[in-house]
Ligand binder design. Structure first.
Ligand code: ATP
Length: 313
C-alpha cells in the first residue's frame, strides 16, 4: 500500500465553531483527528448533537471549517465536489424526474464525454445495483422512502466519487428496509472500494458495516474519543458477524463508551452569565431570533442499539 493509500483521507485538528445566542463562537468540534486508508469504511458514532453531521458535512465541503485541515488523496479540500458524494437521511431527488433521470444526473456529471449509449448503460448498471431496474420510470412520489433512498444511493455512486459520505442514510426507514439497504451499500462497496464515512446512531449497524468505528466524545469541543477496529471479513455476512466470538465484546466496548460519555462532567460553557433577568431575556430573544437549537449532547441514542438483534437476525 502506497503512502497515499494508507493516508487517503487525513483530517487534522479539525475545528468547527458556531455562534451561540450571544454571538460568541463556541467550538462544537475541536481537535478532531482521523486518518483513513483507501477503501476503508469508518462509522462515526456518538450521542445526539455531539457534532457527527458537522464533521461529515465539513468533509463533504458543505460546511466551512473553522480550523485544521481535511485532505483527500493528498489534496486539501476546498468546497464541495463530485469526488465526495453525500447521501443524507432524505434523498433530495428531483420530483419531476424519474428514478432513471435522477441517476442520469450523477452520470452526466461523472462522464461528461461519454456517448449516450455509454451513459444509458451506466445508469442501468447502478439502478440494477440498488435493485430498481423495474422501477426506473417511477417518479419519487410513486416510490417508498426506501426506494427513494436507493435512487439517492445510485446517484451518489454513479458520480464515481473518491469518497462516499453517508449521514444516517437509513435513519427514516423501518428495520427490514434498513437491513436491505445496508446490504445494497456493502454489495456496491465490495465492487467499487470507495472510501466511506458514515454517521449513525446504531451500534449494530456500525459494527456490521465498518472496518473501524470512530467514537466521538460529547460536545462542545467534541473530538475522537476512541477508535475501534473490527476484525470481520469482507464480503460481510450478517450471520457470520453476529455469530463471531468477539461480536458482543466489540458491541460492549461501543456501548460502554457511550455510557461513559453520559456520565461525563458537562463542560461549563457560555451558561455563566445568565444570573440576571436582563441577561436571561436577552438570551431568550436571541434564541427566538436565530432559531438556535440548544445543544442536547446528553440525549439518549435515538434508535435502539439492539435493533438488529430484536429483529431476529
Ligand atoms: N448552523 C448551526 N448553528 C449553530 N449551531 C449549530 C448549527 N448546526 C449545528 N449546530 C450545533 O452543533 C452541535 C452539533 O450538531 P450536529 O448536527 O453536528 O450533531 P450530530 O452529532 O450530528 O447530531 P444528531 O446525532 O442529533 O444528528 C449541536 O449542538 C447543534 O445544535
Amino acid at each position: 500500500m502506497s503512502h497515499h493509500d494508507a493516508r487517503y483521507v487525513e483530517i487534522f485538528n479539525l475545528i468547527k465553531a458556531y455562534p451561540n445566542p450571544y454571538g460568541e463562537a463556541v467550538r462544537v468540534v475541536d481537535g478532531y483527528d482521523l486518518v483513513m486508508r483507501r477503501g476503508e469504511f469508518v462509522s462515526v458514532i456518538g450521542h445526539s448533537g455531539c457534532g457527527k453531521s458537522t464533521v461529515l458535512t465539513m468533509v463533504g465541503g458543505l460546511n466551512e471549517i473553522s480550523g485544521g485541515s481535511i485532505a483527500v488523496e493528498g489534496r486539501e479540500i476546498d468546497g464541495p465536489g463530485p469526488d465526495r458524494a453525500v447521501v443524507f437521511q432524505s434523498p433530495c431527488l428531483l420530483p419531476w424526474m424519474t428514478a432513471y433521470d435522477n441517476v442520469m444526473l450523477g452520470v452526466r456529471k461523472a462522464y461528461p464525454h461519454g456517448t449516450k449509449h455509454q451513459r444509458r448503460e451506466i445508469v442501468e448498471y447502478y439502478l440494477n445495483a440498488v435493485g430498481l431496474t423495474h422501477s426506473r420510470d417511477k417518479y419519487p412520489r410513486e416510490m417508498s422512502g426506501g426506494m427513494q433512498q436507493r435512487v439517492g444511493i445510485a446517484r451518489a455512486i454513479a458520480l464515481k466519487p473518491r469518497m462516499l459520505l453517508l449521514d444516517e442514510p437509513f435513519g427514516r426507514l423501518d428495520s427490514l428496509t434498513r437491513m436491505g439497504l445496508q446490504d445494497v451499500i456493502l454489495g456496491i462497496l465490495d465492487r467499487e472500494r470507495i472510501t466511506t464515512m458514515m454517521v449513525t446512531h446504531d451500534v449494530d449497524e456500525a459494527i456490521y458495516m465498518s472496518d473501524r468505528v470512530c467514537m466521538m466524545t460529547n460536545g462542545p469541543k467534541a473530538h475522537v474519543g476512541q477508535l475501534l477496529d473490527l476484525p470481520f471479513e469482507r464480503p460481510r455476512r450478517r450471520e457470520a458477524v453476529l455469530e463471531h466470538p468477539l461480536y458482543y465484546d466489540l458491541r460492549g466496548a461501543l456501548v460502554s463508551f457511550l455510557e461513559q460519555q453520559d456520565h461525563r462532567q458537562e463542560p461549563q460553557e457560555a451558561a455563566e452569565d445568565t444570573s440576571s433577568w436582563d441577561d436571561t431575556m436577552h438570551m431568550v430573544e436571541a434564541m427566538a431570533a436565530t432559531q438556535y437549537t440548544v445543544p442536547t449532547p446528553h440525549l439518549a441514542l435515538e434508535s435502539s442499539p439492539t435493533q438488529l438483534v430484536d429483529a431476529g437476525v
